[in-house]
Design a protein around this ligand. Structure first.
Ligand code: ASP
Length: 177
C-alpha cells in the first residue's frame, strides 16, 4: 500500500552503505539540476486569537534509518516546540543535529533570554550550531505577534503561510525575508 517507485529507488541506492540520507528529490530549474532539495516533511505552526501557539511536525524520518530510530520531529524542544512567550517552531533536516543542539528550544531561548530577533536566533542555530556540526535543514517560526520567519542551510525548503487577513506566501528556494 505504501510502495512508491521513487522512494523504493532511493532506499535501494543507499542500502548496504552504513548511511542514512534525507528524503531528497531532483528538480530541473532553468536547465540546472537541483538534486539536493529536501522533500517530504510537513511542519505547521499556528497561533489563535488568544495568543496560544501550537507546532507540529510529521516526517518519514531518514531514508535507510535503523529500525527504532527516533528523529527530532517528535521530540519537543529538538525539532518541534511552542511557547506562548516567544514562538512556535517546526524543523526539517538531519534530526541527530537538531537533537544534539536542542534546536527549536535553543531558538526560543535566544529570543526569550538574549532578546535577539527571530531571524538572528534562527541563523545562529541553523548556521553556527547545526551547520558547524555538519547538519543540514531548516525551520519555520511563528512568533507571539503572529509574524512569520523561516531559514534553512539546505538549498531549499518548501514553505508558505496564510494569515487571517488573507496574506499568503509560498516559496521553495531563494530566501526573500
Ligand atoms: N528531521 C527528520 C528526522 O531526522 C527528517 C525530516 O526532516 O523529515 O527524522
Amino acid at each position: 500500500y505504501f510502495f512508491t517507485e521513487k522512494r523504493m529507488n532511493q532506499l535501494k541506492k543507499i542500502q548496504g552503505k552504513e548511511q542514512t540520507q534525507l528524503d531528497h528529490t531532483a528538480f530541473l530549474i532553468k536547465n540546472e539540476l537541483i538534486d539536493d532539495h529536501k522533500y517530504g516533511t510537513v511542519g505547521a505552526v499556528a497561533i489563535d486569537k488568544n495568543g496560544n501557539i501550537a507546532a507540529g511536525t510529521s516526517t518519514g524520518g531518514m531514508t535507510n534509518k535503523k529500525y527504532g530510530r527516533i528523529g527530532d520531529s517528535p521530540i519537543i524542544g529538538a525539532g518541534t516546540y511552542a511557547n506562548n512567550l516567544t514562538c512556535g517552531i517546526s524543523s526539517t533536516g538531519s534530526g541527530e543535529y537538531f537533537i544534539r543542539t536542542v534546536a527549536a528550544h535553543e531558538v526560543s531561548n535566544l529570543i526569550q533570554y538574549k532578546k535577539v530577533s527571530p531571524s538572528e536566533a534562527l541563523h545562529e542555530v541553523l548556521f553556527n550550531q547545526i551547520g558547524k556540526l555538519g547538519g543540514e535543514g531548516g525551520m519555520i517560526l511563528l512568533d507571539k505577534n503572529g509574524d512569520v520567519y523561516w531559514d534553512f542551510n539546505s538549498s531549499g525548503m518548501f514553505r508558505g503561510y496564510k494569515k487571517s487577513n488573507g496574506d499568503t506566501k509560498i516559496e521553495m528556494f531563494e530566501k526573500t525575508n
